[in-house]
Design a protein around this ligand. Structure first.
Ligand SMILES: [Zn+2]
Length: 225
C-alpha cells in the first residue's frame, strides 16, 4: 500500500512523494513543468506499481527524465524495469560503488547508467540536486540534497533509526561517518527511503540516529575486547 502526496510546491516546482507501507521503498518526484526526476523507483510489481502511482500524481511517464538511485537494493531500484517498458530515454544515476550491481540487477545497457560521486550536481530546468556520498548501508550509498530537503535513502530514517549494516558491503563505522557528514549540513526536511517523512527539525532525527549508531559501535568494540 502507498500514499500519494504533494509534499510542497514552490513556483513551478512541485515535490511529490509515494510513501510506502510495505516492502517497496518510498519514492520522491521533483518536477518542473513537464520535466521530472525521481529519487529511487521503489520495488515495482508485485509490491508497488509506479505507472499507477505516476497516474495518481498526474505525471506522465515520458516526463520522467532522470532517476536518481540512492543505492543498489531491489526495494529501491527494481521498478526501473517497469518504468523502462514505457520510457527508455531515462538516465539512471548511481554511485560507482553500487553501479555494477545495479546494472546487473536491472539488466541495463551501460550507456543508461551515469556514475555520480560526492558533490555531483544533477540539473533539470530550475531544479539542482546535489549528490552526497554517504556509505555505510552499502558501499555506494548516496544521499541527495535539494534546497532544504535531504533524500537519505537507507542511511537514516525518522526517530533516530538508521539503515542496516549487516548486508553485503554494509559497515557501521562508515555509516557513523556518513551521519556525521550530513549532521554538518543544512537542511530542514528529511525524506527517507522508508517510513515517515519529516517536514521540520530534521536534524534532531539525524542527531538521534548518530547517537544510536555510535552506541552500537561502542558495544561492538566492547564485544571485541
Ligand atoms: Zn537498502
Amino acid at each position: 500500500m502507498q500514499a500519494h502526496i504533494v509534499i510542497k510546491r514552490k513556483g513551478n516546482v512541485e515535490l511529490c512523494g509515494v510513501i510506502s507501507y510495505g516492502i517497496s521503498s518510498n519514492v520522491y518526484i521533483l518536477r518542473d513543468g513537464k520535466s521530472a526526476l525521481m529519487v529511487d523507483s521503489g520495488y515495482g510489481p508485485p509490491y508497488s506499481n509506479m505507472l499507477e502511482s505516476l497516474k495518481k500524481l498526474n505525471i506522465k511517464v515520458d516526463e520522467i527524465e532522470k532517476i536518481l538511485l540512492t543505492h543498489r537494493h531491489r526495494d529501491h531500484i527494481n521498478a526501473v524495469k517497469q518504468i523502462f517498458e514505457e520510457n527508455r530515454d531515462i538516465k539512471i544515476y548511481v554511485h560507482r560503488g553500487d553501479a555494477e550491481v545495479v546494472q546487473k540487477k536491472l539488466k541495463l545497457d551501460r550507456d543508461k547508467l551515469i556514475k555520480i560521486s560526492n558533490g555531483g550536481k544533477i540539473e533539470l530546468k530550475n531544479i539542482t540536486v546535489k549528490a552526497i556520498y554517504t556509505p555505510g548501508h552499502t558501499v555506494g550509498s548516496l544521499s541527495y540534497i535539494w534546497e532544504d530537503v535531504l533524500f537519505s535513502g537507507d542511511l537514516v530514517f525518522a526517530n533516530g533509526m538508521y539503515g542496516r549494516t549487516d548486508l553485503p558491503t554494509g559497515n557501521i563505522t562508515r555509516l557513523v561517518e556518513s551521519l556525521e557528514k550530513i549532521n554538518k549540513m543544512n537542511f530542514r526536511e528529511l525524506l527517507p527511503g522508508h517510513g515517515e517523512i519529516i517536514l521540520r527539525d530534521a536534524k534532531m532525527h539525524v542527531k538521534a540516529a548518530l547517537r544510536n549508531a555510535r552506541l552500537k559501535v561502542k558495544r561492538k568494540q566492547i564485544e571485541v575486547n
